[in-house]
Design a protein around this ligand. Structure first.
Ligand code: CS2
Length: 504
């Protein structure tokens, strides 16, 4: 047998692992707390583009506050990753190279604090989700009974995002440095003002002089962030490899649309050139934020609870069902838009219409279950503000009442076919026990008594409508209860037409 031939070459060699291209790397100017998919598909792209347009040392050190898994996936590829834009007509990939390092807080909290307190760090951005602020959603105040806050008020390295912010600011003050700007990118109302209040609440307990310094010198611009970013699924890794020819353990998936509206109020006016990257810098973010939280996140949550109960797996699937297409259009036109003030130059009806198209994007598989998570932290800013304003205007809100009732049914933990629901919520066990009343309306009434979610006056005013809606849900099931809302066809032409177009 001849030995003169070489080993056969593999006809399908494994693609190489994604790596970072050589070249100058910027200095680190930003520390980001909570390195989830959303920031990597949104803020990180704006910052990369701002540096490309106008330079600056705005490299990012990402902080994983809990699990090391994102660091472990990104480190072997030198923190580069693929952002996949999923448009209705296909996917487009780009490689993002803006993260310089990732630290895992529980492994080395001192390194995290040192990075935050480093003189070159000028901004700390955050996406820690609603529950990461450890506040009471109904009041916006720091929850001083929260175990992580109780821990962080003592000595020793912090656990919570507010704890890291306060301790790092304390170190900067002691070192004679300027504070960093705290730039929150979570879906909370007046998010900058909220986080400022939480940090001051905590700092006052630790050292009143520190609190005074933060109050005078610190800056907490509010922001409105928008891009639909579903959790990355195993099959998405294959799509990324197919498009780029590289293996990437941590790609992110996103829709084409993006928006970032930021209050232009930074410590010493130092920030990346975000406008060059397409962000909108404003004096007051409130009208943008109300529009987005109530039109998008409010209907997202409504569709998530009702859609899940009706057996729909994703938002695109839910709005492809004509009953839900009518429902969401009706929510906008009759219950949400009438109590909103448009932002300067904004057109609310056009905004809602564009949202409908974003929801329908079949490339985005955004699970109802994912959006249903943490409802106790989301309902106040997404739905309850709209309910309160409609009550004040004497307008009825059958659609949003049904959404709140669906949340109540969902957190009860059993679906319409008797199967258990995997309810993820920091208050899950409390909600489950609270809803364990004998009768349906007894459950709904007990849940209206959860003060972390419903202020007493609002609960009282909402009670008749929510109990009736809950009863409807139990009697008819989610889909029929939605159908039964009594669709005003004239108002819902858009939903009807769109839903018909969408049918197979
Ligand atoms: C969603 C948001 O998961 C959720 O609760 O409503 O993540 C939503 O996709 C984004 O806010 C869109 O900007």
């Amino acid at each position: 047998m001849s030995m003169g031939v070489g080993l056969p070459t593999d006809p399908n060699p494994a693609p190489p692992r994604l790596s970072r291209s050589p070249g100058r790397r910027p200095g680190v100017g930003i520390v980001h707390l909570g390195l989830g998919a959303f920031f990597r598909a949104h803020g990180a792209l704006y910052i990369a583009e701002a540096m490309r347009a106008s330079g600056g040392d705005w490299g990012i050190v990402g902080i994983c506050l809990k699990s090391p898994s994102t660091r472990d996936k990104l480190a072997p590829q030198d923190f580069a990753y693929t952002a996949l834009e999923l448009a209705p007509d296909g996917a487009h990939a780009r490689t993002v190279e803006v993260i310089e390092d990732v630290l895992v807080a529980p492994e080395n909290p001192a390194a995290v604090l040192a990075r935050m307190a480093h003189p070159e760090t000028r901004i700390v951005t955050l996406t820690v989700t609603e529950k990461g602020y450890c506040h009471e959603p109904s009041t916006g105040r720091l929850n001083l009974d929260h175990p992580d806050i109780l821990h962080d008020l003592g000595e020793g390295p912090p656990l919570s995002a507010p704890g890291f912010l306060v301790r790092a600011l304390q170190t900067r003050r002691a070192a004679g440095l300027r504070p960093f700007t705290v730039l929150t990118c979570d879906n909370l109302p007046e998010n900058g003002r909220l986080v400022r209040g939480l940090i001051l609440d905590m700092a006052r307990v630790i050292d009143p002089a520190l609190a005074d310094w933060i109050a005078t010198e610190g800056r907490f611009p509010s922001t409105m962030v928008d891009r639909i970013v579903p959790a990355t699924k195993p099959e998405d890794l294959e799509t990324a490899t197919r498009l780029t020819g590289k293996l990437d353990a941590a790609p992110v998936m996103h829709e084409p649309f993006r928006q970032w509206v930021v209050e232009d109020d930074f410590v010493d006016d130092i920030r990346p050139d975000l406008d060059a990257a397409g962000a909108t810098l404003v004096d007051d973010v409130t009208p943008y934020e109300h529009m987005k939280l109530r039109c998008l996140n409010g209907t997202h949550s409504a569709l998530a609870y009702l859609g899940y109960l009706a057996g729909h797996e994703t938002i695109a699937e839910t709005v492809a069902d004509p009953v839900f297409a009518h429902y969401v259009t009706r929510l906008w036109s009759e219950e949400i838009l009438p109590v909103l003030t448009p932002p300067p130059g904004g057109d609310l009806a056009a905004y809602a219409e564009a949202l409908f198209d974003r929801y329908r994007n079949p490339g985005i598989r955004h699970r109802t279950w994912q959006i249903a998570m943490d409802g106790s932290q989301k309902l106040p800013q997404r739905i309850l503000g709209t309910l309160r304003e409609n009550l004040a205007a004497g307008r009825s809100t059958p659609g949003l009442n049904l959404a709140v009732a669906a949340w109540m049914r969902y957190v009860g933990g059993v679906d319409e076919t008797g199967q258990p629901i995997d309810v993820r919520d920091p208050l899950a066990s409390h909600l489950r026990v609270t809803s364990d009343a004998e009768t349906g309306t007894g459950k709904a009434k007990a849940l209206l008594g959860v003060r972390a979610v419903f202020p007493a006056d609002l609960a009282e005013a909402l009670e008749p409508g929510i109990l009736a809606a809950y009863d409807q849900l139990l009697t008819l099931g989610a889909r029929r209860a939605v159908e039964d809302l009594g669709v005003d066809r004239a108002m819902c032409d858009l939903g009807a037409d769109r839903a018909m177009e969408n049918r197979p």
